[in-house]
Ligand binder design. Structure first.
Ligand SMILES: [Zn+2]
Length: 393
């Protein structure tokens, strides 16, 4: 098997410092070597470009891709009002439309340079398409049930469904006990019978925090109208919940309203969705405090029901615009190696590094001489070329 060596103006391996005119040598589907300029001669020169690891979208819902422009959040309205529109959208979709929505979400992700995705899937429905697509995926089967009995039914369906499609090296099952307002507190223990990492929406809205704190607020009539109001089944405070589940490999989603000193263990990652956060008009996100405490913070796009598109790099640009004090190097880590760690694929991908899968994205760059500034300030939809497992996609 012959090796191929590539060079570019900048290589940002994430595993180490930027390499100006460095090289990446690929053999088969793996990276054989990453070297500074002058060590190897290149077979192909990408010219004035930046090479970054394949992007990781740690949180999305492909089955909501068809909601684009139809369920736009209205800043200031109670969170359950938006949920009501999303539920109405879901109920309006035929199985064929849901299939098409998932296809659209995968296509958008491929175009954006995503090579690893964590997709929350109602009924596990995205699994078949994801296992055929040229990217890695963790499919989180969405579980809901505000009583132990209802949750058990959801769990049983998931167990049967997962058994029909075993894990492959590139596509794995996980579980998503959806959120504190849709899952009985015992559901989190019951769900641990299913494999993988649990993904839980937590601290997403002020209304959710009010519900957990005082069993009151706009969530009460919303849950009553759905016939699932079970105040005794709610978890107590998020901090206590996180402490009692510290041993479980978990991915907590949003955390918009978690106090910055909320304890997260080494098993617990936090995925933030910057443009969705902005669309709801939430106050500044506490993610910098979590990063400073060494928490694994990664990036998700959430779904087209609340986000303009599924472009992970656009999420980084939003963060850079709102929080310019966060170094570009940290932001790129969040969208690559931190996400790979959160999804349990860090031994395989997430950095451009010898021994890892040959996954990387090539983007055009200008002439400022600062690769991070080039990556984070360019607002035009750049042409991107993606290599996945040693092949151009
Ligand atoms: Zn979500």
């Amino acid at each position: 098997m012959e090796s191929r060596t590539f060079t570019a103006r900048w290589i940002l391996p994430v595993a180490g410092p930027p390499l100006e005119r460095g090289t990446i040598t690929v053999r088969g589907d793996k990276i054989e070597s990453v070297d500074p300029a002058g060590v190897r001669s290149a077979d192909e020169d990408f010219g004035e470009t930046i090479v970054i690891p394949g992007l990781v979208n740690a949180h999305t819902h492909f089955d909501l891709s068809g909601a684009a422009g139809r369920t736009i959040p209205v800043p200031g309205e109670p969170f359950p009002a938006w949920l009501t529109r999303v539920i109405a959208f879901r109920r309006s979709r035929t199985p064929e439309q849901v299939d098409a929505d998932i296809r659209l979400g995968i296509a958008e992700s491929l175009k954006a340079g995503v090579t690893l995705v964590g997709d929350i899937a109602a009924g596990g429905l995205s699994r078949s398409q994801l296992s055929m697509a040229p990217l890695r995926a963790v499919v989180f089967w969405e579980l809901i049930g505000t009583t132990p009995e209802r949750f058990q039914t959801s769990l049983h369906t998931a167990m049967l469904g997962m058994a029909t499609q075993p894990n492959t090296p590139a596509c794995r099952w996980s579980r998503s006990p959806h959120a504190p307002y849709t899952v009985h507190r015992r559901g989190y223990e019951l769900a641990a019978q299913l494999p993988g990492i649990q993904a839980v929406h937590l601290g997403e809205s002020a209304e959710e925090m009010e519900l957990l704190r005082s069993r009151s607020g706009p969530f009460v009539p919303f849950l009553q109208a759905l016939g699932v109001w079970e105040p005794d089944g709610l978890i107590r405070a998020p901090a206590e919940f996180l402490r009692t589940h510290a041993e479980l490999r978990s991915l907590f989603v949003h955390g918009n309203f978690l106090p910055g000193d909320t304890p997260l263990s080494a098993n617990q990652s936090l995925v933030i969705c910057p443009r969705t956060h902005a669309a709801f008009g939430h106050p500044p996100h506490p993610f910098r405090e979590f990063l400073a405490r060494g928490v694994d913070v990664c990036i998700g796009t959430d779904s087209s029901a609340s986000n303009p598109d599924l472009d992970v790099l656009a999420e980084l640009r939003e963060l850079h615009r709102r929080y310019p004090d966060v170094p570009g190097e940290t932001l790129l880590k969040m969208a690559t190696s931190n996400g790979a760690k959160a999804l349990g694929f860090d031994a395989v991908c997430g950095t451009v590094e010898a021994g890892k899968s040959a996954d990387f994205v090539v983007l055009p760059c200008g002439s400022t001489g600062d690769p991070y500034s080039e990556l984070l300030n360019d607002s035009a939809p750049a042409q991107r070329r993606t290599m996945f497992r040693g092949e151009w996609r």
